[in-house]
Design a protein around this ligand. Structure first.
Ligand code: GDP
Ligand code: ZN
Length: 296
């Protein structure tokens, strides 16, 4: 009989920290099961004052994957929205942004782009133009400056986070930690606690963790996160993960068109007329190629 319910707030190898009410319990799974993700809602069997075994994982609403050597591994469960943090400087890569967008679309997770460091005026206009590609596809862009306008940044982000389970991702240097520290005031203390509880070693802070802001509001940070796992996506899932492709799907000459080099391809025609950005089509082709390389 399970006696407790909780949420997985950190994972390090096969060790998990689960928040259950006011307690934080060190947990392992039964046997060799390792398909638990941060954000999972779990049933526990207590084994000692601060330890428990994960007996069952509740059904997930969403699941995001990270890439691990041509395999997709679990990144976070039950996320409702994903924020991609980019900045005026250093430059961000469109590849990472688009892969994140595809991961979110495929998982059914709402996605927004945070443009940070808008105080850096020299590169603001250039960056706005780059981000306009994504705004044009329909992704909201939120402009903030964690360092120059911290109060305004908090006031902008807090209402968007309320009642959601949000994950923030971004290349290093974009200001993701600065934003997390603004919205989770005791983040550093929480990380130290988790690190001790999971015995991750003094200098290991790269585990994925979840912070509760209140009972309904969670923020997930995954430092060291490199790349989303997209290998599990089928071709049909991939093409639908590009929202700007959707109006053209079904209009190719061949019903099973891959949109690579087939004649009378509605997607490639849309690239030629400028309705679809060539960079996005190229990424689609790259992802299609990668998913054909997957290992089982
Ligand atoms: P992370 O690697 O994405 O977690 O980025 P950090 O939060 O560590 O920030 C990287 C650097 O950018 C640090 O030197 C921050 O002080 C700086 N930074 C963060 N936000 C802003 C901002 O809004 N404006 C400016 N000018 N610098 C910022
Ligand atoms: Zn086609």
């Amino acid at each position: 009989m399970s006696d407790l319910n909780g949420t997985v707030i950190a994972a390090h190898g096969r060790h998990y920290l689960v928040e259950a009410g006011t307690e934080k319990l060190q947990c392992v799974t039964r046997g060799k099961k390792s398909d638990v993700a941060v954000g999972d809602s779990v049933k526990l069997q207590r084994t000692s004052a601060n330890q428990a075994v994960i007996e069952a994982i509740d059904e997930r609403n969403t699941l995001l994957y990270r890439s691990d050597q041509y395999k997709s591994k679990l990144l976070a469960a039950n996320v409702t929205q994903l924020f991609i943090v980019v900045a005026t400087e250093p430059g961000f890569t469109d590849d990472l942004v688009s892969r994140a967008l595809v991961a979110a679309e495929a998982a059914g997770v709402t996605v927004r782009i945070i443009l940070n460091k808008i105080d850096v005026e020299e590169s603001l206009e250039k960056t706005r133009q780059r981000v306009a590609l994504y705004a044009g596809i329909g992704y909201p862009v939120i402009e903030v400056s964690a360092r120059a306008y911290p109060d305004a940044t908090r006031d902008t982000l807090i209402p968007l986070l309320q009642g959601q389970s949000s994950i923030l991702i971004g290349q290093s240097g974009m200001g993701k930690s600065s934003i997390i520290n603004l919205i989770v005031p005791d983040a550093d203390i929480a990380v130290r606690e988790i690190s001790e509880a999971l015995d991750t070693g003094k200098h290991t802070t790269t585990f994925t963790r979840l912070y509760f802001i209140d009972e309904q509001t969670a923020i997930i940070d995954s430092p060291g996160f490199q790349e989303f796992g997209l290998y599990h996506l089928t071709e049909g899932m991939l093409e639908r993960a590009f929202p700007e492709f959707r109006p053209h799907l079904g209009h190719c000459k061949f019903y099973n068109c891959h949109h690579i080099n087939e004649p009378d391809c509605a997607i490639r025609t849309a690239v030629q007329t400028g309705e679809i950005n060539p960079m996005r089509h190229a990424l689609y082709l790259q992802l299609l190629h990668e998913s054909s390389q997957k290992l089982y």
